[in-house]
Design a protein around this ligand. Structure first.
Ligand SMILES: Nc1ncnc2c1ncn2[C@@H]1O[C@H](COP(=O)(O)OP(=O)(O)O)[C@@H](O)[C@H]1O
Ligand SMILES: [Mg+2]
Length: 319
């Protein structure tokens, strides 16, 4: 009996969001923002908070600094029921932060990666690989330490008896330094979005990208396609396309992909078929678009169930 259904391994940071800013910042001058939110950021943290809200016993493995932002990160994860025993506090690094300057629909972001960049395989408690039924990794290109150690990490997970999923997220350097031949055969569920997969495969179209990575799949790949839904590709070559449960009045799509991952992996660790997992992901991705930010729609479990039923005519299973 393993202690956790899911351990999320990835980046942690704080989002400091400035709204209602009087113009654009200029060097040597000062302006006011009339609204400010300081909250848990990072795609892997959104995944962890939501998979926990969906009923999975969840822990987080990542790195923060020994500072106030680190306390905010830890407290926010714990408030969502995520165990933080594997969150490491680096003595010599600050917690990462993204300053988000919002101008209507557009945002100008500045990120200080901080402690998350330093995390290496050697820092991870080996118990992680024994105590999880499933390990989810995300945002690999923002974490050079994890990227360098990806193969030993995946091998340790499998040796410990865990299944693994990976959502690479976008590569800010656009170098896409993952050797698919070596890495994909170690990933049970590969979870990129369409743009990421196409860039990673150096392909001109989605079909070409699917064709080029398919031989390296261990079990399945789920490609997220925004308002067009998703396509499931199995190692055997079957494709299953499902349209989105389209929300024409989306509040925002922040964290839709991470919420999709949470619904998919919640179903996967419960033993659902890959098709059922895809349908669950499509539903939780859609639910995410009904509230602000990545975790807002899952804060209240009853409200999430009601949203699924009333807005999308679906049953959200939280058992
Ligand atoms: N407007 C929308 N209405 C309903 N579902 C959506 C909408 N936008 C995204 N989704 C769901 O969220 C999933 C992930 O979104 P996507 O933007 O592809 O991921 P990412 O955030 O990783 O780029 C989609 O596959 C879809 O199921
Ligand atoms: Mg994504």
């Amino acid at each position: 009996m393993k202690t956790f259904d899911v351990i999320a391994l990835g980046e942690l940071n704080v989002d400091l969001i400035l709204n209602r800013i009087a113009g654009f910042p200029e060097v040597g001058k000062e302006i006011f923002a009339r609204d400010m939110i300081c909250t848990l950021g990072s795609s892997t943290a959104i995944f962890a908070a939501n998979v926990s809200a969906l009923g999975a016993r969840t822990a987080f493995a990542g790195m923060i600094g020994r500072d106030a932002f680190g306390e905010l990160v830890r407290g926010s994860l714990e408030a969502r029921g995520v165990d933080t025993r594997y969150v490491i506090e680096a003595a010599d690094r600050a917690t990462g932060v993204t300053v988000v300057m919002s101008y209507g629909e557009d945002r100008a972001n500045v990120t200080y990666p901080g402690a998350m960049e330093a995390l290496r395989f050697a820092d991870l408690d080996p118990e992680i690989f024994l105590s999880a039924r499933h390990i989810h990794l995300s945002s690999l290109f923002m974490q050079p330490g994890l990227l360098a150690d990806i193969v030993p990490i995946l091998r340790a997970a499998h040796d410990g008896g865990a299944t693994v999923s990976l959502d690479t997220q976008w590569d800010p350097a656009e170098e896409w330094r993952i050797d698919c031949r070596e890495v994909l055969p170690l990933i049970d569920i590969f979870m990129p979005n369409e743009a990421e997969l196409t860039a990673l495969a150096h392909a001109a179209s989605l079909d070409e990208a699917i064709g080029s990575v398919r031989p390296w799949l261990r079990r399945a790949m789920i490609v997220k396609r925004g308002s067009r839904g998703s396509v499931l590709v199995t190692a055997g070559g079957e494709c299953r396309e499902v349209g989105a449960l389209l929300n024409r009045e989306a509040v925002d799509t922040i964290g839709a992909g991470d919420s999709f991952n949470a619904g998919f992996i919640r179903c996967f660790v419960r033993g659902g078929s890959l098709g059922e997992c895809q349908d669950a992901g499509n539903l939780t991705g859609a639910i995410s678009t009904t509230a602000a930010g990545g975790t807002g729609a899952f804060a209240d479990r009853e409200a999430a169930v009601r949203t699924a039923r009333e807005r999308f005519g679906k049953q959200l299973n939280l058992d």
